[in-house]
Write a protein that binds this ligand. Sequence first.
Ligand SMILES: NC(=O)c1ccc[n+]([C@@H]2O[C@H](COP(=O)([O-])OP(=O)(O)OC[C@H]3O[C@@H](n4cnc5c(N)ncnc54)[C@H](OP(=O)(O)O)[C@@H]3O)[C@@H](O)[C@H]2O)c1
Length: 256
Amino acid sequence: MYALVTGASKGIGKAIAEELAKNKFNILLVARSEDQLKKNATEIAEKYKVGTDYLAIDLSAPTASTEIFNWCTKKNYSIRVLVNNAGYGLSGNFERFSIDDNTNMMQLNMIALVQLTQLFLPVLKSQNKSYILNISSSAAYQAVPYLSLYSATKAFVLSFSRGLQQELKRTPVSVTCISPGSTDTGFASRAQLGEKGLKTADKVNMTPEAVAAIAVKSMLSGKTEVIVGFINKLGAFMAWLLPKKLVETTAMKIYE
Ligand SMILES: NC(=O)c1ccc[n+]([C@@H]2O[C@H](COP(=O)([O-])OP(=O)(O)OC[C@H]3O[C@@H](n4cnc5c(N)ncnc54)[C@H](OP(=O)(O)O)[C@@H]3O)[C@@H](O)[C@H]2O)c1
């Protein structure tokens, strides 16, 4: 009974790996930082008495998904849970980043997620019960100026997950899309959030452990779409209720 978690070296992915280990899944950890993966794999194996293994790989490389799938096949790891968590944001003026930077983010946040899903679906379908857990963001619920491309990648994740859940309704595979809001991880620093963005995040930050507990519980109970935390649920509701321009200009003031 294996769960494969991308972005499991730190942050939400690491916490999800632990939460799944608590539920007695064997854990396969994937990210780029080999030392951190090795440390997490050892700690999780000792603490929860489950099997662990890891693969250090850059998921934004075009062949990465196939390499991960081949690694699992070669090692006979039959996946029951696929967690597509690895992702990052780039904040600031869209043109501030190069075409390569923006493409890299889209490759990780969307393409790798789709490819892993497609590669592992036959294995997931062959299980009695299996799960796909995709990590989106509260940013999926509105356009976010100065995080425009990131929020669009997360809207993609949400829409793809919902559609796929319906397509797979009569199979053993359930698809859950989780949208955290600000979470206390390395995300803000990689996204290069400005002072106002950091201050706003600080006020509403959740811990990765709290997010992971909700994510895994929602996944195991077969929920389709979950916004994590009351403030983030309220934010998504207001974004739906209020005029889009007002919602977007308010967000712009935070991230510009
Ligand atoms: N934190 C937030 O406020 C927040 C809010 C909403 C949604 N999210 C989403 O939650 C997910 C996890 O983010 P986090 O907050 O936990 O951020 P984080 O602490 O920066 O962790 C990101 C994880 O993704 C991995 N990763 C990044 N680039 C990678 C690549 N090219 N190839 C393979 N692995 C890669 C990182 O590992 P390596 O660096 O070792 O590769 C790390 O394990 C992301 O999808 C993010 O968009 C976060």
